[in-house]
Design a binder for this molecule. Structure first.
Ligand code: GUN
Ligand code: ZN
Length: 436
């Protein structure tokens, strides 16, 4: 089936951290984007392309709205959908009192199925078309998620959490079981449709050296498979990790020792990394997921994005919600929080930089930029349509927007799910806002 989408296209042709915004951002009004068999097959000015289209092609017209690459959430925990906004102290307390309680419910497959459906539905309502997701320790939690994602043909990356210590007994696996369950999930799901498996040690404090070693050898067996975990989020967590691995120079070296730093390995947070750790991430091609709403919620600190994305030895960074420590599914709201985190370090994040982190930048960090994250011919047809006037206040404020950068900035500071007019996945409209 052929479908064409008409509106104003915004995408990236370069990295706005390493080149100027005007070089990086590509924006054209009134474009027509042709979608066929899950891909973008043509993109031209509507006035040029329309006369050439056969009359049976359906056209979805969004006058004055933005056609963006679908948002990519580079770090999120789907089982925590049920415990978003759980009040706690900081990371360790919150994990023990809420997260490890909720995650036990995923021994029940029906429960996992229900939460997976709610999670994907929310993502689509928020224009999120790809994400890198943590399950629970139960392999069935990932089965449930991949099954729901397959119904929409989503490019979804996910892994069963591995942890064999420092959590309730009901949530522990063993080094061997973690290896075997992860291997079985790779064999069953990796590369099936658009699903990708992610090797997922929760973080160093909940994995024994033996477990990290087994997962490192699994990673070596599958050099193309993603790896995800957490690093350097909270001072108490860092001290804990160091005390458990006293022979390692620092937190990053723990993962490095077990072969878990490499291209397509992505670590949440990295707020308190030393210079030597950042250099190690850069040298190994490892990425970071910046999760500002979570960092504010748990009082973890403020990630210094300019330090990580410096011109020399720049570490790849994607934006993540880290829900349920993150407080929203909305990547627009998460961009707003990223702006505030940067302000704490004394500089502003520009709107093009923020939109990049949530689209092409996240795709680069996850190693999927050849497939998604841009609106361009040959890319998979995952798109989000943004209404730039989604509330009365935004509509009013937009009257005074001086240019595109300011209009985008208004969206990332003030907009939320109400701005998402429609979400397209693999060329099909999976979500369409109904008029209020
Ligand atoms: N570190 C280890 N597990 C978690 C988790 O579930 N959420 C966050 N924010 N940090 C973690
Ligand atoms: Zn996380």
């Amino acid at each position: 089936m052929k479908l064409a989408i008409r509106g104003d296209v915004l995408t990236f042709q370069a990295d706005p951290f390493l080149s100027s915004s005007s070089e990086a951002l590509w924006f054209q009004r009134d474009m027509l984007v042709l979608l066929e068999e899950g891909h973008i097959t043509a993109m031209q000015a509507a006035s040029d392309l329309l006369p050439t289209l056969s009359p049976d092609i359906e056209i979805h017209h969004y006058p004055g709205q933005l056609i963006l690459p679908g948002f990519i959430d580079s770090h999120v925990h789907y089982p925590q959908t049920e415990m978003i906004a759980a009040p706690g102290k900081q990371l360790i307390d919150w994990l023990q009192n809420y997260t490890f309680v909720s995650e036990q419910g995923f021994a029940d497959i029906e429960h996992a199925q229900e939460v997976a459906e709610r999670f994907i539905t929310e993502q689509l309502r928020h224009g999120v078309t790809s994400s890198c997701v943590f399950g629970t320790v139960h392999p069935a939690s990932i089965e449930a998620l991949f099954k729901v994602a397959a119904q929409y043909d989503l490019r979804l990356m996910a892994g069963k959490v591995c942890m064999d210590r420092h959590a309730p007994a009901a949530l522990l696996d063993t080094p061997r079981q973690a290896y075997e369950d992860s291997l079985a999930l790779i064999q069953r799901w990796h590369g099936r449709g658009r699903a990708e498996y992610v090797i997922t040690p929760r973080f160093a404090p909940t994995s024994s050296p033996e477990q990290l070693e087994m997962l490192g050898s699994l990673a070596q067996q599958f050099p193309q498979v993603l790896i995800q975990s957490h690093i350097s989020e909270n001072p108490a967590e860092i001290a804990w990790a160091q005390s458990l691995f006293p022979d390692c120079r620092d937190y990053a070296s723990i993962y490095h020792r077990y072969g878990l730093l490499r291209p397509r390995a992505i670590y949440g947070h990295g707020i308190h990394l030393s210079e030597a750790e950042l250099e190690l991430l850069y040298a190994t091609g490892t990425s970071l997921a910046h999760c500002p709403s979570s960092n504010f919620f748990l009082g973890s600190g403020c990630f210094d994005i300019q330090r990580a994305r410096r011109c020399v030895h720049s570490v790849k960074v994607g934006l993540g919600t880290d829900l349920g420590a993150g407080t929203s599914f909305s990547m627009l709201q998460t961009m707003g929080e990223a702006y505030k985190a940067a302000q704490f370090h004394g500089y502003p994040l520009t709107a093009p930089q923020a939109f990049y982190l949530a689209t092409r930048g996240a795709a680069e960090a996850l190693g999927i930029a050849d497939k998604v994250g841009s609106v361009a011919v040959g890319m998979e047809a995952d798109l989000a349509i943004i209404n730039m006037h989604s509330t009365a206040l935004i509509d009013f404020r937009m009257r005074y927007a001086r240019d595109l950068n300011e209009a985008l900035f208004i969206q990332m500071m003030l907009a939320d799910d109400r701005a998402i007019s429609a979400t397209y996945v693999a060329g099909k409209r999976c979500y369409h806002a109904t008029a209020a």
